[in-house]
Design a protein around this ligand. Structure first.
Ligand code: MD6
Ligand code: FE
Length: 204
């Protein structure tokens, strides 16, 4: 599929444990929040937190990026260095990532089909890293009615959405509970790395 790269087992178990430890320590200090749908206020089944200068949030007022946690008002924790390294290895743009959205799926949680379009630039790819239980990821095209395909993402896999696929519809259909023992208490954590603000693109 053009614009979609799936890098299986990009992180080995030792690297997954190290990264998970850093992310959970930061998030447990900052606190999880449960996003709500714009207007209806209906809660998501996924819990979220962010790392880095900007974080994605959603509530009755809409979707947006902001520098502080919606419940505590505190700045988001810094992005772990190894995530910035992952970005440098794979993103291929002369810009730093500004947001790592952390999604926590306990068994039964899902994420409906959506496009990541709240960023001010689409020139950088979005990278996502899966940790813990496997998940059924669904990806289509730029229009909601475009055909979709399902992929099982496992712990340590990285997905890169770029070019044509940067604005493709995608979501998480379900979590395959009990397929990994990485996460204490079970479930899946995904880390999505984004560039939010425009940057100077290098000229060839
Ligand atoms: C998830 N991922 O893996 C949800 N968005 O839990 C996303 O919504 C996503 O995997 C943009 C790019 C890649 C992704
Ligand atoms: Fe997304």
């Amino acid at each position: 599929m053009e614009g979609l790269r799936v890098l299986r087992g990009y992180l080995d178990r030792t690297e997954q444990e190290a990264l998970l430890g850093e992310v959970l320590a930061a998030v447990e200090e900052a606190g999880w929040f449960r996003p709500r749908m714009p207007r209806s206020g209906r809660p998501f089944s996924v819990l979220m937190c962010n790392l880095g200068p900007l974080g994605w949030v959603s509530d009755e007022r809409g979707y947006r990026y902001q520098p502080h946690h919606p419940e505590t008002g505190r700045p988001w924790p810094p992005m772990p260095a190894r995530l910035r390294v992952l970005w440098r290895e794979l993103a291929g743009v002369p810009a730093e990532p500004e947001c790592c959205l952390v999604n926590l799926y306990r068994p039964g949680a899902r994420l409906g089909l959506h496009r990541d379009e709240d960023e001010e630039t689409f020139a950088a790819p979005i990278l996502s890293l899966s940790l813990g239980d496997a998940a059924v990821f669904r990806i289509g095209g730029r229009r909601r009615r475009d055909p979709t395909r399902r992929l099982v993402l496992e712990s340590g896999d990285v997905v890169v959405m770029e070019g044509e696929r940067r604005l493709a519809y995608h979501g998480i259909d379900r979590i395959l509970a009990g397929t990994s023992d990485l996460l204490p208490g079970g479930g899946r954590l995904s880390l999505t790395l984004r560039r939010v603000r425009p940057f100077a693109e290098r000229r060839g």
